[in-house]
Write a protein that binds this ligand. Structure first.
Ligand SMILES: *Cc1c(COP(=O)(O)O)cnc(C)c1O
Length: 361
């Protein structure tokens, strides 16, 4: 691998973040990029001032969607330490997604080095109000200009940074979910377990229709029978029954969330009965009816924990936990936020700290 290069343009004005950051509307001054060719492998890694990319109209990813991405976050602690949450798990998943879509593997250690450098350079952009963070978006796409359907030979990888507020405008408040049985997101052995734009293309119409009816997001059911829970929008789903907290098991059509994995660990360490198994929508409805359904919540990097307050399936509107976050959802939310900003000891070694001194420009 070539040595990381820098082309930094120092700011002459102070960074002024708006009070309402929203999600992914604002980008930092610099980004990281590198290229891949079969001859050179990954090469030309550089952190440089952000500008438009020049893309040939025949670029394969535009025509055939050969692209993958990740989403992770950096935070600033009260005493100014900069942290990145579970970057290694995210880069492993990037490589898993890459395999399925014929994209070449990336050196995870090098990518972590590049990311910590980038975050360190842009650390003044990290917002510090509760729920705010620096969202990190790595992307890889096939660059060849060719209309023949085959894997691209050349690729670009970039990492974009965006200061973000709380993902849902409602903040840590229960959301309104429509159980989707008109469309499916993914099927087993398809692309569901990859973080790839195609899955989002498949989800847009359902989300748009649900939003028009006043819902925040949809709960996807399995692609074959529309019977089993899969995930909610951009999050994994957990169902709190009276004596069990269950989440759909990874069956190939569900995205293996890093937050999902963290939450399973935290629940286990609380001594709770957490299971990964098939959960049918009928089971959720009957638990609701007999009073053994405590709550549902989504997990994902963007929202962290998102309690479900209202769940509508066909003509049944279920009010979950009186439209309030459950005790466990609240605890998990607080615990993850404390870990992000090192308010508690990180005994799991999930957090990678970024040291300012390490940057050698
Ligand atoms: C990214 C993503 C998630 C959440 O994964 P995290 O690693 O927890 O952020 C869940 N579902 C889908 C479809 C996703 O793309």
């Amino acid at each position: 691998m070539d040595k990381l290069q820098y082309s930094i343009k120092k700011r002459t004005t102070k960074i002024e973040l708006p009070a309402e950051l929203g999600f992914g509307r604002l980008f930092t001054d610099h980004f990281f990029e590198m290229d891949y060719s079969p001859e050179k492998g990954w090469h030309n890694p550089i952190i440089r001032h952000i500008e438009n990319l020049s893309i040939h109209p025949g670029s394969m990813f535009i025509h055939y969607g050969q692209a993958i991405f990740e989403g992770l976050k950096a935070f600033k602690s009260a005493d100014g330490r900069v942290t990145i949450f579970r970057p290694k798990a995210h880069f492993q998943r990037l490589n898993n997604s890459a395999k399925r879509i014929c994209i070449p593997q990336v050196d995870e250690d090098f990518l972590l080095h590049a990311l910590t450098e980038l975050v360190s350079i842009e650390s003044d952009w990290i917002p510090t109000n509760p729920g705010e963070s620096l969202y990190i978006r790595p992307v890889i796409y096939g660059m060849d200009s060719s209309l023949g359907v085959k894997p691209s030979a050349s690729y670009k990888l970039f990492i974009l940074l965006s200061p973000v507020g709380a993902y849902y405008p409602e903040g840590f408040k229960p959301i309104k979910i429509l159980v989707q049985d008109d469309y499916v997101r993914a099927v087993r052995k398809g692309l569901g377990e990859c973080k790839t734009p195609a899955n989002y293309a498949a989800s847009l119409l359902a989300a748009t229709e649900a939003k028009a009816k006043g819902f925040t997001q949809v709960l996807w059911l399995d692609g074959v029978e529309q019977k089993y829970l899969e995930e909610v929008g951009t999050m994994n789903i957990f169902v709190e029954f009276k004596n069990e907290i269950a989440t759909p098991k990874l069956n190939g059509s569900i995205l293996p969330g890093v937050t999902r994995r963290s939450v399973i660990q935290l629940l286990k360490d609380k001594g709770l009965n957490v299971t990964e198994r098939a959960i049918s929508i009928d089971e959720v409805v009957s638990a609701y009816k007999d009073g053994t359904l405590v709550s549902l919540f989504g997990t994902g990097t963007a929202a962290v924990i998102s309690p479900v307050g209202w769940l509508t399936y066909k003509n049944l509107e279920m009010v979950i936990n009186n439209g309030e976050p459950s005790k466990i959802a609240q605890e998990l939310f607080d615990q993850l936020n404390s870990l992000h900003t090192l308010k508690v000891e990180d005994k799991y070694e999930w957090v990678v700290q970024v040291n300012k001194e390490e940057v050698e420009i």
